[in-house]
Design a protein around this ligand. Structure first.
Ligand SMILES: [Fe+2]
Ligand SMILES: [Fe+2]
Length: 189
């Protein structure tokens, strides 16, 4: 599928709000790719498709995970929205015809992060957090920082996410902890 065909299909699949968000993530990911020397095409595709499974809910998520061989543990079973990354990656391959493993991996880990994220993983992860439609206290600061110090911007977003999870009293996915620990470890070198 071409990028335009992907956009058309997503517009028919996602809510208008989420489609707009996806365009915002794509545009932001492309800008970050230019800044950090990542492939613009990969950033565009990973950005536009990152939430392609976000509209799937309830039992269907678990059914599709079963079909694609995506592991579900008690954390993701209790919080199936965490599976829209891995499931989106499977759909990117199966429905949207993506073959690039870098793109597929960036989609898979965009929600939780993961240990040792690649540049593309990081770009999509932070683009999801700072795209123009995001409006939360302090977003402008992270937006600026993303173009100056990518790891620091990701660390702030992970910290904010973890704080939010603690406030809500829900389960923390270990990949989020691993993402944070790894970035801190690397910064100590
Ligand atoms: Fe997402
Ligand atoms: Fe998103």
């Amino acid at each position: 599928m071409t990028l335009e065909e992907m956009k058309k299909q997503l517009e028919e699949t996602l809510s208008p709000k989420r489609f707009k968000h996806s365009i915002g993530v794509m545009d932001t990911a492309v800008k970050l790719a230019e800044k950090y020397g990542e492939d613009r095409g990969k950033a565009a595709i990973a950005g536009i498709l990152h939430d392609c499974a976000r509209n799937i809910e309830g039992q269907e998520v678990l059914e599709l995970c079963g079909r694609y061989g995506i592991e579900v543990n008690y954390i993701t079973n209790l919080q199936p929205q965490l599976l829209h990354g891995p499931l989106g990656a499977a759909l990117a391959r199966d429905v949207y015809g993506v073959e690039d493993e870098d793109v597929i991996r960036a989609i898979a880990c965009h929600t939780t992060g993961r240990e040792d994220m690649t540049l593309l993983d990081k770009i999509v992860f932070i683009a999801d957090y700072i795209e123009p439609g995001r409006k939360f206290h302090g977003v402008d600061k992270v937006r600026d920082l993303a173009y100056k110090d990518l790891d620091k911007a990701i660390l702030i977003s992970l910290d904010n996410t973890i704080k939010h999870i603690l406030d809500k009293g829900v389960l923390i996915h270990p990949d989020t902890i691993n993402a944070r620990n790894f970035i801190i470890k690397e910064s100590m070198k």
